[in-house]
Design a protein around this ligand. Structure first.
Ligand code: UDP
Length: 238
């Protein structure tokens, strides 16, 4: 019997798992941009992302960040705890790029002294608008206490991954995370860090090694993802 599809995010699909209170996340070769208007297949991307997601989740887990990740099942699939998703996208920025550069007319590549945390309300009908803490609480999405925990986890992941990636000459420019609540109501990271949802620049050449290569028609998308996976492997899987 085919497992029941719970959610199709195009670049990943979530299925009901045979294990109680678990879901299976399958990474696909599909890449999208601009809310799915632009779409293509990148051969091997699903396997690369499953591998990156697993290495990163194991690493942050060992360093005290609760995530939904349990284990990698096969080349494309990971087993995760089923959580109640919070309708927020949390973006952490170390270098100004993308929507922030466009919105504020700031040069892409500008490096502020501080780390920036954005909240977007996950609502496709509204184009997932940028909001703030007070909007998120007013909308009933989270409590202030939960936001404190969310920023704590997001900041911790940023610190861990920025320094790990620096060791392999990659700048963690920005990334998006989503969070959920487990059965006891605890906040857990319910998202994967991959080049689909992070900006990763080679520190020497300043080449982009992430989904921007697809958004901006730069080519060599699969090669970029493979580079990230290969470099992470040198520090995370001997
Ligand atoms: N991002 C994502 N999903 C989204 C929107 C953004 O994974 O729906 C990631 C994106 O890849 C980047 C970071 O979040 O690493 C910040 O994206 P930004 O707000 O700059 O928006 P974009 O330039 O992608 O429109």
């Amino acid at each position: 019997m085919e497992p029941e599809l719970l959610f199709d995010g195009m670049s990943f699909r979530v299925f009901r798992s045979g294990e109680p209170d678990c879901v299976t996340v399958e990474f696909t070769d599909t890449i999208t941009a601009f809310g799915g208007i632009k779409r293509a297949e990148i051969s091997g991307k699903g396997e690369i992302n499953a591998s990156i997601a697993s290495m990163v989740a194991e690493y942050i887990g060992k360093n005290g960040v609760e995530s939904h990740f349990i284990r990698q099942l096969d080349s494309r699939r990971i087993l995760c705890r089923k959580v109640e998703m919070i309708r927020l996208e949390v973006v952490v920025r170390n270098i100004i790029a993308g929507s922030m550069a466009r919105r504020l007319g700031v040069r892409e590549g500008m490096k502020p002294e501080n780390t920036i945390f954005d909240l977007f309300y996950k609502n496709e009908d509204l184009g997932s608008p940028l909001i703030n803490d007070h909007y998120a609480v007013a909308l009933g999405l989270v409590t202030y206490g939960e936001l404190t925990r969310i920023y704590e986890y997001a900041g911790k992941i940023n610190g861990l991954m920025s320094s790990l990636l620096k060791d392999v000459d990659i700048e963690l420019v920005d990334f998006k995370l989503e969070f959920g609540r487990d059965g006891s109501g605890n906040i857990v990271v319910a998202d994967e860090l991959t080049p689909d949802n992070a900006r990763l620049w080679d520190m020497k050449s300043m080449q982009k090694l992430d989904r921007d290569r697809f958004r901006r028609d730069m080519g060599k998308v699969g090669e970029a993802y493979r580079t990230i996976c290969g470099r992470l492997r040198t520090v995370l899987r001997k």
